[in-house]
Every structure is written in structure tokens, then in C-alpha cells.
Design a binder for this molecule. Structure first.
Ligand SMILES: *Cc1c(COP(=O)(O)O)cnc(C)c1O
Length: 403
């Protein structure tokens, strides 16, 4: 079993890193909670030295040595979160942004600035990521393919291969190691928002870039918008230069909340995943449900297709919150075809397996029986005996939940 508690960084287990990474200097400074540095600028009487440090940043994108210069160049509180996330993902560095979409934008701009505008991507992706690529808003051109077609889709100007696993919203999984192999020298970006480093560390499988909408599990409480890319120091330098030039910085208070969120990430993901696995089991056995998608690696996300009207199920929840987004301490449910993936062309959406009857649920930390009672009520009356459609079950969560 690839369990959260067996994942280790070089020397410390993931659960230990979650509460200590990015905080290693605090005790020596006589501090316990990390300070929040809200400064936008920093005084310096040595402008020759500042010039040299700015030149160095322009060359490598490395964090300037010594005191900070200006908030758009880097912030000490945000840097703590970046250090911690890099430790959890097992990468050299991480660069934080104002949102997940700002993070993806920066990655695309890094590659476009090198003349590599072509992207190969596997559907489904988060709806807005799909839209950003399909509409070519940043001057990129996308080729959509399935995982087996990646090698063939690569061109000399391909700058990026992008996958999500488990994918939003169907929870489809790709074999990251096989995909990374097929990418050759083209960087693979794995959106790890759904799995989190607790369940999967894509860099270990060969992904050069690991993207998170930190708005989701990393923050974990539904009150921070943020994005982050975990990667090698060379790519991180380019991302910092793009962040400096385009301004999609993370606010220091958000950086503080994210660092705090990371400390409970392993515990939250484990607890919510246990509840989700149980709910997936019950939904699979329920005659009102046509199909349940629950990933092999586990996790706190469930997607399921109902026989009845999905809008009625959304309208019927009381404890569960009917809202887009995910990864919060409380349970959220939404209808991807109406909300998270509305912006994707209907045919492309359905082609990616996002049926009009699909519901996506982000399981939180409530008691499983309370959640089940709410779902049971929201799904409406059970069909007459014998009218159920258990034969169409395709995914047996009880077997697939853990291996
Ligand atoms: C939400 C989400 C994003 C976008 O992140 P924001 O923080 O909303 O900008 C990207 N990828 C996935 C998988 C997401 O769920």
C-alpha cells in the first residue's frame, strides 16, 4: 500500500515535514508561530548592492540573497509556504501565485517566452485549464490526446505536456510514470490538486512540474485562493521572473494560512478519504446511482452519475453545501456540466467523460452517517424493488479504494 505515512522525504516522514518544513528557523529566533511580513518594500542604504541583487535575479530568477527588495520579487512569509510545499512534493523549489490559474498562466508564459507555444494535453482537465488552452488566450496551441497518443503528438515546438490525475471531475487516472517516459525531454506538468502530496508525489514519477490549486486541499478551509508550482530550481527561477513581470503574486496573509493549512494536510486527507471510500461503497450499492468513480489511489473526491435528475439532488442537500470548489473541511457537491466545466464546449466535455448526469462531491470531515443521511435524502425515493440498475456498476470502490 502506498500510504501517506510511508512517504518519506530525504530524512523526515511526510507527517513530520507537514508541521516542521518552512519553520525550521523559528525556535532559534525565539518564535513559535511564523511571523507574517506584510511589507511591500524594504529599506536599503546600499543601492549599489540592490542593483547587483536585481541583476542576479534577472539572470537566474533565484531568490535574492539577503533582505527582501520588493513584495513582487518575493516575500518571506510566502517563501515559508513555498519551502514547505517543495519538501512535501519532494522537489527543489516551489513558486506560489495568486491562484491556480495564475500558476498555470506563468508556466505557459515561461514556455512561450522560449518560443515553445505548443501544448499536448489529456482531457479531462479542470474546466478553466481546458478553456485557457482551447481558447489559446496566451498564444498557445493545444493538441488534445489520450495518454497513449502523447509521444505521437509531440512536435519540435512542444513546450509542455499537461495531465491531471485523478482528473477533475471524473477522477480518471493516468499512469504518470509511463506518461513522463513518453514526454522525453518535454516537461510534464501534473496537476496534483486532487491527490495532494499525501497520496501521490508526481515528481517521483518523472513529472518536472507539479501544479496545485492551493485554494483546495493545501489551504483546506475554503478561505484562501492560491496556486503553486513545485519544480526544480532552474524552472522555479523562470517562474519567479514571470511572476515578477506579470504580477500574479500571493498575498503574505494567504501564504501564512497555506503554511498553517499544510500542517494538518496529512490528517485531513486521511480522514476525509476514509469517509469518501465508505460513501463511494454505499453509492455503488445504491439503485438510484448508475455509476460511481472513485480513484485507485483513494482520496476525498467522489464522482457519481444518478439515474434521476442531478439538479434535484443538488437542490436536495441540507448538510452538504451545494457549491463549486473542493478540498475544504466541509463537504461540497456540484454539477460539473453546469458549473466547474460549463466553460468547456458541450461535445468536448461529454467526450471527456463528463456526462450531464455526473455529480462531483468533495468529502469533508463530517461524520459519515450524517453525510450519508443527507445524501440519501437528496437522492430522493428509491425505485421499486427490481427496477434498480446495479448491473451498470463499473467501478467497485470497495476493491479499488486501496491496493
Ligand atoms: C480549482 C482548480 C484549478 C484552478 O485553481 P484556482 O485556484 O481556482 O485558480 C486548477 N486545477 C484543478 C484540478 C482545480 O480543481
Amino acid at each position: 500500500m502506498h500510504g501517506y505515512d510511508e512517504v518519506r522525504t530525504a530524512s523526515r516522514a511526510l507527517a513530520t515535514e507537514a508541521v516542521h518544513a518552512g519553520r525550521d528557523d523559528l525556535a532559534r529566533q525565539g518564535l513559535h508561530a511564523p511571523p507574517i511580513d506584510l511589507s511591500t518594500t524594504y529599506p536599503s542604504y546600499d543601492s549599489r548592492g540592490e542593483a547587483a541583487r536585481i541583476d542576479a535575479f534577472a539572470t537566474t530568477g533565484a531568490e535574492p540573497d539577503g533582505p527582501p527588495v520588493y513584495g513582487r520579487l518575493g516575500n518571506p512569509t510566502v517563501a515559508r509556504f513555498e519551502t514547505a510545499l517543495a519538501r512535501l512534493e519532494g522537489t527543489e523549489a516551489a513558486v506560489a501565485f495568486a491562484s491556480g490559474m495564475a500558476a498555470l498562466t506563468a508556466v505557459l508564459l515561461v514556455r512561450a517566452s522560449m518560443g515553445l507555444r505548443h501544448v499536448v494535453a489529456v482531457r479531462p482537465l479542470y474546466g478553466c485549464s481546458d478553456h485557457l488552452l482551447t481558447a489559446g488566450l496566451l498564444g498557445s496551441e493545444v493538441t488534445w490526446t489520450d495518454p497513449a497518443g502523447i509521444a505521437e503528438a509531440l512536435r519540435p515546438d512542444t513546450g509542455l505536456v499537461m495531465v491531471e490525475s485523478p482528473a477533475n471531475p471524473t477522477l480518471a487516472e493516468v499512469d504518470l510514470r509511463a506518461v513522463a517516459h513518453d514526454c522525453g525531454s518535454v516537461p510534464l506538468l501534473a496537476d496534483n490538486t486532487f491527490a495532494t502530496p499525501v497520496l501521490q508525489r508526481p515528481a517521483e514519477h518523472g513529472a518536472r512540474l507539479v501544479l496545485h490549486s492551493a485554494t483546495k486541499y493545501l489551504g483546506g478551509h475554503g478561505d484562501v485562493m492560491a496556486g503553486v508550482v513545485a519544480c526544480d530550481e532552474e524552472f522555479a527561477g523562470r517562474l519567479r521572473q514571470i511572476r515578477f513581470a506579470t504580477g500574479g503574486v500571493l498575498h503574505p496573509l494567504a501564504g501564512y494560512l497555506l503554511l498553517r493549512g499544510l500542517s494538518t494536510l496529512p490528517v485531513r486527507v486521511r480522514a476525509a478519504s476514509e469517509t469518501a471510500a465508505e460513501l463511494a461503497r454505499r453509492l455503488t450499492a445504491d439503485p438510484r446511482v448508475a455509476r460511481v468513480h472513485y480513484p485507485r489511489i483513494g482520496g476525498a473526491m467522489i464522482a457519481f452519475e444518478v439515474h434521476g435528475d442531478p439538479h434535484e439532488a443538488i437542490a436536495g442537500v441540507r448538510l452538504i453545501t451545494p457549491a463549486v470548489s473542493l478540498g475544504s473541511v466541509d463537504t461540497l457537491i456540484q454539477h460539473p456540466a453546469s458549473i466547474s466545466h460549463r466553460i468547456v464546449d458541450a461535445d468536448d466535455r461529454r467526450g471527456a467523460g463528463v456526462s450531464d448526469r455526473l455529480l462531483r462531491m468533495s468529502v469533508g470531515l463530517e461524520d459519515v452517517e450524517d453525510l450519508w443521511a443527507d445524501l440519501d435524502e437528496a437522492l430522493g425515493a428509491r425505485p421499486e424493488r427490481g427496477a434498480g440498475n446495479r448491473a451498470t456498476r463499473h467501478n467497485e470502490p470497495a476493491a479499488a479504494a486501496r491496493h
